[in-house]
Design a protein around this ligand. Sequence first.
Ligand code: MRU
Length: 337
Amino acid sequence: MTYPLRTLQEDGDAAHRIVIVLDQTKLPRETAFVRLTSLEEAAHAIRVMQVRGAPLIGATAAYGVALGLAQAADDARLSTVLETLGATRPTAVNLHWALARMKGALAKLPASERRAAAWAEARAIAREDEAANAAIGRNGLPVLQQIAARKGRVEAMTHCNAGWLATVAHGTAISPIYAAHDAGIDIHVWVSETRPRNQGLLTAWELKQAGIPHTLIADNAAGLLMMQGKVDCVIVGADRIAANGDTANKVGTYLKALAAQAHGVPFYVAAPLSTIDFACPSGSAIPIEERSADEMGVTTSRVANPAFDVTPAGLITGIITEHDLRAADALAGLKPA
Ligand code: MRU
């Protein structure tokens, strides 16, 4: 599968290196790019969701560290940079995972070596994300092949955007769908619009570029479609998976999981290992981002806008990572020793 654009790329020479990101606040109406030249611009891009999606947020934060060390790289500056980026978005653990990894790589070095090392580590994180997501596609493909072998075709449902736009490349939940399409499987995708920010429109845009049949639905139509037998499986991404398999993903995911269980539809979560937070025992410990009331487009009533919800592990048929597909309550074996 080839993708028409890059979500994130480096530009410039060693002395003036910057990062260029695809501005996702403009899609799908307009294709525009933003130049990130400083810590502040990287933090802003994450906060206002010019870049979004857990894996892409993580990679952008890593590059944000490199940008933030351009003028100074002493301990005080490193702390400021890590704190500034760490405060941008709370739920997607990839952000915090990437910052911890950058800290681990840089804090032990003399300040004079940190800047070059930061670019190298950010580059490694981006490359690894791309490879992990490709492997998620391969590991999720058998699920879709089995459905296709049984029924001749596949009706998949997804929520939010967990395609290549949400990552450095390939996507997470959509990666197996791309792999299935590449393998010649007849697949159609139900895409929920994902109120209030409509990330489903990004998924529809991606699938259209790839020539994959899809249908956009209102979020609340998902239950009916499952009841009518029109959905063979649900595949979603994740922003943070707790050690017990409870999974935070874009708000609305939990309702889909409940409906899927009620109607016997298998429900899969696809995410790289960087999305698993082994320090977080269960879903109740996952911080849920509350976003601005403005996103709801309503001024006449009081508004609550939690951006994520938590799907209990018991509702999840399997979790697909770059390592394998396994039960949500069997993540312990994935933890590095
Ligand atoms: O708020 P966003 O758009 O950054 O939300 C994150 C997501 O894209 C989804 O929750 C996604 O399913 C997980 S990230 C691949």
